[in-house]
Design a protein around this ligand. Sequence first.
Ligand code: ZN
Length: 282
Amino acid sequence: MNVYTIFNQPSQFTIGSGKQIAPLAESFVFIVDNKNNILLLNNQVPTYSKIDKSIINSTTLFLFGYINDVACYCCFDDNLQSNNNLAIQNIKASYQMFSLEYFQASLLANHIVYWLRTHKFCGLCGNTNHFSNKELSLKCTSCNNTTYPSIAPCVIGLIYNEDKILLAKNNNNTNNVYSCIAGFVNPGESLERALEREVHEEVGLKIKNIRYISSQQWPFPHSLMMGFIAEYDSGEIKVDYNELSDARWFKLNELDQINLPSEISIANHLIKHYILCNDNKQ
Ligand SMILES: [Zn+2]
């Protein structure tokens, strides 16, 4: 099984070191809003020479990576405006239209922009943060406090019981999608304990044989998803309706009758991984 999710597949996109240099005419500018959208010019990520500077004047460009050695900058604008040439594109959906390196760069732009907009000021003294220019961090202009990009660890697990897998519908999900159980890791928890707790809280089951499969960033706005497969141990499904609207066991041949998670999600990767392992056993 391919260990790479779509987010992690090798591509021509590389993550920047935090070192900042002035943009060149051909540099890419990823202009992102607070709703996971990106601004496109003629359906492409605009270059610095092509973008109307009034759009980026009110913010600061941050160099966050490279596509084929061309620098990629991000900045934010919560009032993106479309016109004949400019279009507002949802980043998750851009997977359908972008080549992999532009999609991956858009994801990181979304994460970095969220970090920059939520850390304008030092958490210790309240003075202004500025780019460290040495690494991917911010430095306080007054007390020199360093702030690194925030990443929220989150576990997600595909639970199986003999020939069935457990999938659940989240209350926030409007597309009727059945997915894996997931939740944020609490301070003091290992990833395995976090998954045990989440599964018990959300569906009342105990699990065993927890195996790590793979991870991926989920920059909406800043999660790191760590994916596991685990075996049912004991208990009856008791749905926590504060979190979920439904949870049940599905046989693999029933999966084509429900909406599965988007192929860019690690949940989709876990389900495919399980199906493939199951095929190999037969
Ligand atoms: Zn400070």
